[in-house]
Design a protein around this ligand. Structure first.
Ligand SMILES: O=C(O)CCC(=O)C(=O)O
Ligand SMILES: [Fe+2]
Length: 289
């Protein structure tokens, strides 16, 4: 990376991030090490870390306005989903978690509909920010998606909707609240309710039935950032009053991440040639293998 580029990346960071609380600009400092350690500990404990006031306070209005402006471009795909995003399987009893279909009515604004000069784009692409997230995850580095329309999206939850209980396919996700709803819309999660090799259907079922004894709740204000490991912790967004807008910054542990054609078509209502090419290449690979 050239020196000029590095300076520019640092300037972007200074423009956007509350560096007093989050010293991303001084990765060699004691303060940075402490900050990263605190977050890593939170992630180890319950898979979720909260960065209150991550965005500079004088930019909160702009952050909200930028996301409100683009929100009407969201694509909606109303459907019914299980916590596992799987098809129905009548090998299980009717009330089993594998067969619990819940209404889903969110929309997503795709990455290519968000202008390059918007705060969320500038943050998503910033290599210093990316290294900070990698450090918190105790990874060497992380990669932006190669996907032209996914990777950075804005989740749009209209008035009186929920994002139902689910596990993520991704190991981790970075979320930035860009419009806190008037009320409700808390992020609720059951820390590490499943582990590799153990689905723990009994407890999952209890939560689906409304027992929230083991559920934690997090209220994010506009400008707060969250780092969440969603593969083991079932989570949802509680019903919102007023529109809730949240930017989801997706990264991968390997370069070249690109979504599958079917899922991309479902979620965004379209695919690009890059999606088709990637799927064909994969098919060739598996034939050769
Ligand atoms: O909007 C959020 O806070 C969470 C979204 C989420 O869980 C997801 O898209 O998988
Ligand atoms: Fe999720």
């Amino acid at each position: 990376m050239g020196l000029q580029q590095k300076r520019q990346d640092m300037a972007t960071l200074e423009d956007i991030v509350n560096l007093e609380c989050y010293p991303l600009n001084a990765p060699d400092s004691e303060k940075y090490r402490e900050c990263v350690e605190r977050i890593s500990r939170q992630l180890d404990e319950d898979g979720c870390a909260h960065f209150a006031r991550f965005i500079r306070s004088d930019l909160i209005e702009r952050l909200r306005e930028e996301s409100e402006e683009v929100a009407p471009k969201a694509h909606y795909h109303s459907n019914k989903v299980t916590p596992y995003a799987t098809a129905d399987d009548d090998a299980y009893p009717e009330d089993h978690p594998m067969r619990r279909f819940q209404a889903f009515s969110n929309g997503f604004v795709a990455k290519d509909l968000i202008d390059e000069d918007k705060l969320v784009q500038r943050l998503y692409r910033n290599p210093i920010f990316q290294q900070f997230i990698a450090d918190c995850l105790q990874e060497e580095r992380i990669y932006e998606y190669a996907d032209p329309i996914a990777g950075l999206v804005i989740n749009v939850m209209p008035e009186n909707t929920t994002l139902p209980w689910h596990f993520d396919t991704n190991e981790f996700i970075v979320s930035l609240m860009t419009r806190r709803p008037e009320s409700g819309g808390d992020f609720q999660y059951a820390p590490n309710i499943r582990t590799p090799g153990h689905e723990n259907f009994e407890e999952v079922q209890r939560i689906l039935d409304g027992d929230h004894g083991k559920v934690k709740s997090l209220t994010l204000n506009t400008g707060d950032l969250q780092l969440f490991k969603g593969r083991y912790s079932m989570h949802r967004v509680a019903p919102t009053q007023g529109q809730r807008l949240c930017a989801l910054l997706g990264y991968a542990k390997e370069p070249g991440m690109i979504g599958r054609v079917k899922r991309t078509q479902d979620v965004y209502g379209r695919v690009t040639q890059a999606h088709i090419d990637a799927e064909n290449a994969q098919r060739e690979d598996s034939l050769a293998g």
